[in-house]
Design a binder for this molecule. Structure first.
Ligand SMILES: Cc1cc2nc3c(=O)[nH]c(=O)nc-3n(C[C@H](O)[C@H](O)[C@H](O)COP(=O)(O)O)c2cc1C
Length: 192
């Protein structure tokens, strides 16, 4: 089954490094012939949350929100690529995600976390579990943890540290299982 995956990445810093890890994940999804879109908060610029997408009358949401809503709506599952700022989730990432809601319902998510240090952003990853469940996109058990993200991947998203090749396979195999199971289940209908 071909899957449609949205990879959501939310650092807007000019010196950001997590984009290397996000590109690695996008590349690996493409190798599986998945239809993958990178929703990068720097490319799809959102203001600090005022109105959620659903609060705009039909056809009146800003163009960027219309585009992102469509990408999220059409996705079968989400990969959230999160750095760790002060042991938690970067604000530009939660700000982007907060603009949408029903687009996520009854779909699976997967957490890919990273940091510049050795712990790979796991503390932000733990926070994300509750956050993503609340949004109706519970996360798969395996987290894809990227430590020293700045030196583990090159600018094109190729792994410099080869151990990532093995770990990404398990992570994406697991996501595929959940995404396909929920896709089939959604086709039979959802409670709301
Ligand atoms: C505001 C801020 C807070 C940070 N807090 C943490 C932290 O709590 N733990 C950690 O391991 N790294 C922390 N870092 C370092 C980041 O892991 C590192 O800068 C990483 O590259 C940030 O992701 P980005 O480059 O995609 O924005 C912090 C960085 C910033 C800018």
């Amino acid at each position: 089954m071909s899957l449609k995956i949205a990879v959501i990445y939310g650092s807007v810093r000019s010196q950001r490094k997590g984009i290397k890890g996000a590109k690695f994940i996008v590349n690996k999804c493409k190798e599986r012939n998945w239809d993958v879109n990178l929703i990068d908060a720097k490319e799809y610029e959102h203001p600090f949350l005022d109105k959620m997408y659903k609060e705009f009358p039909e056809g009146e949401a800003p163009e960027v929100m219309q585009k992102v809503s469509n990408l999220l709506k059409s996705a079968d599952a989400f990969i959230i690529v999160s750095g760790e700022y002060n042991h938690s989730v970067p604000p530009a990432l939660t700000n982007l995600i907060d603009h949408y809601q029903s687009e996520y319902f009854f779909k699976s998510s997967a957490i890919a976390c990273y940091s510049g240090g050795t712990l790979g952003g796991v503390r932000a990853g733990i926070h994300l579990r509750a956050f993503l469940s609340e949004l109706g996109m519970p996360s798969i058990p395996t987290m894809f943890v990227m430590s020293k993200v700045q030196s583990s991947f090159d600018d094109n998203g190729n792994a410099i540290d080869e151990s990532y090749e093995k770990r990404i396979k398990k992570f994406l195999d697991e996501l595929e299982w959940y995404a396909e199971a929920l896709k089939e289940a959604r086709e039979k209908g959802t409670p709301y």
